[in-house]
Design a binder for this molecule. Structure first.
Ligand code: ATP
Length: 236
């Protein structure tokens, strides 16, 4: 049984259906990618999982049908969403944002250990621990948003365009930390990216969306070997 499974999922904004039947699996301890051009439906797929958009079809998490659940219920089950545009609390410090991430936990010692883990993962955040999130650079805000998700101790993190708007070297640093997170924890990841090279540095397999449908899917090696993927996403 997969940890997270989407079966023929559609999603609509009002009367406009923008996902037309997506299927997708994520195993425990795995990382899966959702690639595709602007407007293909990548963000909407994550919103469908998180219960933020009207869906049909079936979404199963850890054997439980979560289709139609509210975002807070989905989060409580162990799915953390790092949205595009980040989602940190701007007038709280880095340290308080990390604590807010853990608000549903009561294991105080482990919370302190996990804060240390995040600060090791993102040394920039250690330097900015007392700063308000609003004072951070875009890269640091992304690091904080990911860390907040880690602090919830989820089983799955949904990561939406973590490289968006970042300088290439900063995006590399963020993805280096995501690879380390994969290696050093048991969390599973769904990685939405327009930058396929960055996504392929983390994921085991991926789907490629085109106007709300799956145009390609396969393992990282299979996809990287496809001409269509190389031409459209890998610059060659
Ligand atoms: P991007 O990289 O630009 O975020 P994406 O692949 O994540 O692209 P989505 O944001 O999921 O794509 O958008 C899929 C489609 O849904 C697009 O046609 C978009 O215009 C539409 N859409 C997105 N958000 C809304 C909304 N709140 N209301 C109506 N339509 C929306």
């Amino acid at each position: 049984m997969s940890l997270l499974e989407l079966e023929n999922v559609t999603a609509s904004y009002g009367h406009a259906e923008v996902l037309h039947g997506i299927s997708f699996v994520l195993d425990e301890n795995a990382a899966a990618g959702i690639l595709g051009a602007n407007g293909a439906g990548k963000t909407t797929t994550l919103r469908a999982i998180s219960g933020m958009v009207a869906t049909t079809g079936k979404i199963t998490f850890d054997g439980k049908d979560i289709t139609g659940m509210r975002p807070d219920q989905v989060a409580r089950l162990g799915i953390a969403h790092v949205p595009e545009g980040r989602g940190t609390i701007s007038d709280l410090t880095v340290h308080d944002n990390l604590k807010v991430g853990a608000y549903q936990r009561h294991d105080r010692k482990q919370i302190a250990t996990d804060i240390e883990f995040c600060l090791d993962l993102f040394p920039n955040l250690r330097e900015r621990i007392g700063s308000n999130a609003s004072a951070l650079s875009g890269g640091e805000q992304q690091m904080l948003a990911i860390s907040r998700a880690i602090m919830a101790k989820p089983r799955v993190i949904l990561l939406d365009e973590a490289s968006l708007g970042l300088a290439p070297s900063t995006a590399q640093r963020v993805y280096q930390a995501i690879r380390r997170l994969r290696a050093e924890s048991s969390v599973s990841l769904v990685v939405v990216e327009q930058n396929a090279m960055l996504a392929f540095s983390v994921v085991d397999h991926a789907i490629v969306l085109e106007i709300g449908t799956t145009s390609l899917s396969g393992t990282k090696a299979e996809l990287m070997g496809m001409d269509a993927v190389r031409r459209a996403y890998l610059g060659g």
